[in-house]
Design a protein around this ligand. Structure first.
Ligand SMILES: [Zn+2]
Ligand SMILES: [Zn+2]
Length: 401
C-alpha cells in the first residue's frame, strides 16, 4: 500500500480535519512568536557577529536560508513588538497572525495600539495590510521616505526564456503605473475584437501596439490634457500633514496637487458625499502661460527640461501659499519629485530670489529665480511642519501636458 492509498482509506470527518488544521495553525503562530522573541534577543546580543555576518539579516540568510528582505521584515517586526505590548500579547497566544503583526508594526504607536489591535482582530490579513498601508501613506514624513525609496528603486528589466518568450518587468511608483495603465487602456480601446482574447493578452497586445505607434511616429494623437486623468482621493488632513488615510504617500499627493485639476468633495461622517465642487485647476491656464514665458524651463540649476514641466507652489496652496507668479516656479517632473519627496528644499534670499538646498543641506546655485515678496526662508519640503484644519476630501488630477 502506498502513501496515497493510505490517505484515501484513512478519511476522517471534514469538521475534525478542520479543527486539527486550525489548532496546528494556532501552534504555528505561537512558534513564530517564539522565533521572533529569540531572534530579538540574539540580535540585541549581536550573536551574529560570532559568525562574521555583517548583521542579523545576513546571519538569517546564512543559517536559516531566508532572503534578505524576509529576514529584515522579521527583524523589524521583532524589534517593533518591544513598544507594542498588547499586540505582542495577542500574537503570543496565537490570536493574531504574523502577517497582521507585521503590517501593524509598520504603523502602530503606543497611542493607537489599542485601536489597531481591535481593528486587526476583526479583519482579514488583506484588510489589515491595506488599512496600514493607507495610514502609513498618510504620515508625511514616513511616506516621503518610502516614496523617495520607490523612486530610487524604479526599474525595467527584460529577460528571455528558453521557449522563445520574453518578459518585461517594470517597477515604478504607483502613480506612474497608473499613467502607463491609462495609456494602455487608451490604446487597448482601439484594438480590434478577437474572440477568446483574455484581458491579460489584450493588455500585452496594447503594449506592443503602443510601441508600434511610437516607432511609426503615430504616438501623441488622440489624448490631450484632461482627457487622461489619474484620480487620487485624499483626505484634507493628509494634505495638511495631520495624518489620516491615503492611497499614495502624502507628499506625492501634495506634489500631484501642486499643479492639478482639483475637485473638492465634502463627505459626512459615514463617508457619503454631501457636495462636489467645480473642477478647478490649481494653476489657471493664463497664469500657467505667463509662468512658462518667464521660466521657460525647469528652474533647478543646470536643468534644461522644458517639456512635461509642473508649476510648483513654493509655499503649497494647502498651507496657504498664493497661486501667484511670485509663489510659482516651473520644475520638471524629476526635480519636482526631488523637491517634494526627495528632501531638496527651496529657500529665499533676503532679496526675494530663490535657491535650492540639496539633501546634504548645501546650496545648489540657481540659474533662474522667482521674484518674491514673502519673508525669507519659506520652505516647501516634507520636512517642514505645517498646520491647519478641516474635513474635506480632495480629488487631484495631474494636469497633463
Ligand atoms: Zn510642487
Ligand atoms: Zn529639472
Amino acid at each position: 500500500m502506498n502513501a496515497n492509498t493510505s490517505m484515501v482509506t484513512s478519511f476522517r470527518p471534514l469538521a475534525e480535519l478542520e479543527v486539527d488544521l486550525l489548532d496546528t495553525w494556532h501552534v504555528l503562530t505561537q512558534v513564530t512568536y517564539r522565533f521572533l522573541v529569540l531572534l530579538r534577543e540574539f540580535d540585541l546580543r549581536q550573536g551574529w557577529a560570532e559568525w562574521g555576518s555583517a548583521d542579523c539579516a545576513d546571519w538569517l540568510n546564512l543559517k536559516c536560508g531566508l532572503s534578505r528582505n524576509t529576514a529584515q521584515e522579521k527583524l523589524r517586526t521583532a524589534r517593533a513588538m518591544y513598544d507594542l505590548p498588547q499586540i505582542e500579547a495577542a500574537f503570543k497566544c496565537g490570536d493574531l497572525s504574523y502577517s497582521k503583526v507585521r503590517a501593524l508594526s509598520r504603523v502602530a504607536t503606543p497611542e493607537r495600539e489599542t485601536h489597531l489591535l481591535d481593528y486587526a482582530l476583526g479583519a482579514t490579513a488583506a484588510q489589515v495590510e491595506d488599512y496600514c498601508r493607507r495610514l502609513r501613506n498618510g504620515d508625511r514624513n514616513v511616506s516621503s521616505q518610502d516614496a523617495y525609496r520607490n523612486l530610487g528603486n524604479r526599474s525595467l528589466v527584460r529577460s528571455f526564456r528558453d521557449n522563445g518568450a520574453g518578459c518585461i518587468s517594470v517597477e515604478l511608483p504607483r502613480e506612474d503605473v497608473e499613467i502607463i495603465m491609462q495609456a494602455l487602456d487608451h490604446v487597448s480601446s482601439g484594438l480590434p475584437e478577437i474572440d477568446g482574447r483574455s484581458i491579460f493578452a489584450r493588455g500585452a497586445d496594447a503594449l506592443v501596439q503602443m510601441a508600434r505607434d511610437v516607432l511609426a511616429g503615430n504616438a501623441g494623437s488622440g489624448v490631450a490634457g484632461d482627457q487622461y486623468q489619474v484620480v487620487v482621493h485624499v483626505e484634507e488632513s493628509v494634505l495638511k500633514n495631520e495624518g489620516g488615510e491615503s492611497d499614495l504617500p502624502a507628499e506625492s499627493v501634495r506634489r500631484i496637487c501642486c499643479d492639478a485639476s482639483i475637485v473638492a468633495l465634502v463627505k459626512n461622517d459615514r463617508g457619503q458625499p454631501l457636495s462636489i465642487g467645480r473642477k478647478q485647476r490649481a494653476v489657471p491656464t493664463a497664469m500657467r502661460r505667463a509662468l512658462q514665458a518667464r521660466d521657460r524651463s525647469c528652474c533647478f540649476p543646470g536643468c534644461t527640461h522644458d517639456r512635461w514641466v509642473d508649476a510648483h507652489h513654493i509655499r503649497h496652496w494647502v498651507d496657504g501659499g498664493e497661486t501667484s507668479l511670485n509663489n510659482l516656479m516651473l520644475l520638471c517632473t524629476h526635480h519636482h519629485r526631488l523637491v517634494h519627496e526627495g528632501g531638496v528644499q527651496i529657500r529665499r534670499r533676503h532679496d526675494g530670489t530663490c535657491y535650492f538646498l540639496g539633501r546634504n543641506r548645501r546650496p545648489v546655485e540657481a540659474h533662474v529665480s522667482a521674484r518674491v515678496s514673502a519673508e525669507d526662508g519659506a520652505i516647501s519640503s516634507p520636512f517642514s511642519a505645517e498646520e491647519g484644519g478641516g474635513g474635506r476630501d480632495f480629488v487631484g488630477v495631474p494636469a497633463g501636458p
